[in-house]
Design a protein around this ligand. Sequence first.
Ligand SMILES: [Zn+2]
Length: 468
Amino acid sequence: MSVLIQHGTVVNAGGSVKADVLIEGERIVAVAAGLDPAGHTVVDATGLLVMPGGIDVHTHLDMPFGGTTSADDYFTGTRAAAVGGTTTVFDFALQSHGHTLGDALTVWRGKAAGKACIDYGLHMAITDLNPHGGSEHETLREMDAMVAEGITTFKLFMAYPNVLMIDDGLMFRVMQHAAELKALCLIHAENGAAIDVIVAQALAEGKTAPHFHALTRSTQAEAEATHRAIALAEMAGASVYIVHLSNTDSLRELKAAQARGLKALAETCTQYLVLSLEEQMPGKSFDEAKYVFTPPLRSKTNHAPLWEALADGSLSVVSTDHCPFRFEDQKALGKDDFTKIPNGGPGIENRLQLLWHYGVNAGLLTPERFVELTSSAPAKIFGLPQKGQIAAGFDADVLLWNPNAEYTISAATQAMNTDYSMFEGWTVKGNASKVYSRGKLIVDEGRFVGEAGYGRFLRTEANAGGMA
Ligand SMILES: [Zn+2]
């Protein structure tokens, strides 16, 4: 079973070239001009770009939050990812208080089993160092077992006190041990304690509408935690990756750390690049609950600096933080109190479309940088040496991208399992034409032709975020 993709333009992070791509089984075996088509299934890619499938390193599928569960499970979520050109996701397994990391791994592998349509890795969120009490810090020892299982990234929350947050001392202990293991620490950077005070004051003043979710979580709260996380990582000798960096105040802290040569990376997410407080959350109606996620939408003035940081390398990755909830029966839980609105938005399907349209078409990113941000850098940072490139020996996760295809985003036609789109009615130019996952055609002109359970669990290599 071999497939020859002919007459396309191969786009890798390092450059573009007119070349044919030969796939045998699950791997790419040759990339060269004028390959002999005899004996192969031939696919004509004239006018198309041949790129490595997208890697979305930040998703929350089938995740419990505030008494409900995110609306995409591993089937519908990875199907939607595939339709949008993404062939690998990293989801977050969450340790519950009183339970071990092993328990969380069992639960999340169970959620994915028989459902994932594309390959997936897991990050492990640490919330409790002593799940059985005492002072032993048994979770630190368990980190070794996780790395042995191929889970080499640990998420730490500086927000959500009493739920997910761990204090600075415990975070520091995890960072010290992560440094020994060459594991990467992923940080949700917001000052949760200060935010909780501000939120309580807002509620006491009767400020219960959705946009107060955004107004009570300032850019300073995010920037302070970004600074603190990087400082603690420096003390511990650990590599750190700030998730969903949303604004210029935090960006300033990141750039200052990078200028000093510290091992600090960050991602931003699609929504922070194209949506804003002014446009989506003016404080007019409960409809704005559709945009309640954390960190919240920021002022438009943050857009240009974030795009610049993507172009100049200060920001390394664009992910989605896909965490979908239906408006009708899930977001509505917070009708009278914004703190009860499940946090998150649907975006896994639209990441490449939006980044291409508003980044590449607008002249802010080159096609090569687009590939780097959406696939190659995630593969490198998160320890997947077999993915993120169109070259012989790599997994045949291949995206045929039509830069001229126009597509209008709508909840009515999307694959995501939500009753709204954050980008309803937006027309973008550039869309996935065909998508291969390890050599298997899984999307054909917008139609999903893959299958539940095809996706494999990916064991990642501990490489300190590629910064060791
Ligand atoms: Zn998240």
